[in-house]
Design a protein around this ligand. Sequence first.
Ligand SMILES: Nc1ncnc2c1ncn2[C@@H]1O[C@H](COP(=O)(O)OP(=O)(O)OP(=O)(O)O)[C@@H](O)[C@H]1O
Ligand SMILES: [Mg+2]
Length: 262
Amino acid sequence: MPATAHSVTAVMPTMNAAFSYETLLARSPQEKWTPDKRSMLFFDEDENRMGAEEFRTLRSRLYQIREKLPLKKLLVTSALPKEGKSFVAANLAQVMVRQQGRRVLVIDADLRSPGMHRHLGARQSPGLSEYLMGECDEFGALQRGPMENLFFVPAGRSVAGAPELLSNGRLKVFLQRVEPLFDWIILDTPPVIPVSDSTLLANFCDGVLMVVLANSTPSDLARRAREEFQDKLLLGMVLNGIPSSQLSQSKYYYGEAQPSRA
Ligand SMILES: Nc1ncnc2c1ncn2[C@@H]1O[C@H](COP(=O)(O)OP(=O)(O)OP(=O)(O)O)[C@@H](O)[C@H]1O
Ligand SMILES: [Mg+2]
């Protein structure tokens, strides 16, 4: 219909149109990251870093589960702060893209105490909080680092009202748009006991990986955290930080994922 004095003609950006991986590559120039060499195991070519083998084992367990169940969006959490959630989420993402052609997106969904950008040595914003507040689009929130096929959405700037932002509908839209482009999407989230964000975020994910810090996480709190995901697919526990004295070959051990509903 031709525009008349009484009709409105507007040019809208194609915000809701799907985009391809090629478009994403073109719109996201590779950025320089300076990964923390102490905690990031797969950025150099050394295949035998301590702990690397355990991440390869975790990866194959997840593929075994995926043979039986639809599994792409993984939530990583733990009962308490500082138990290794970001460490596990970031290294799992890296070991997955080490396989030829696998595309992985890791999202720092811990809007209260973001930490993933420090592990990766990437910038913190713009990221998820800006996207959820409508201040940037998907391309603005996504970063591409030096490792092929590994994308990252940092948490963005710290903001109040994380639960409201995470449930305002934009995260669902974001995931719907990027899901077809990636083999795995890994969400790093806040601890379960102090705040409810990870329980909320589990509604957007296919399965939950629970990190337990060896000789540290109190068993009653680990159990309580697990109960929060009763109606979700709890893929298993990742036992982090086993002291070297308790292992013969490897300093760290990450428990295997078993498909089980809690
Ligand atoms: N298995 C491990 N080997 C070596 N360092 C580790 C290991 N697990 C965790 N760390 C280190 O411990 C610190 C805390 O880990 P991380 O940031 O992953 O915890 P978190 O659970 O994400 O914390 P927060 O609750 O603050 O988000 C980091 O410095 C990390 O590098
Ligand atoms: Mg963290």
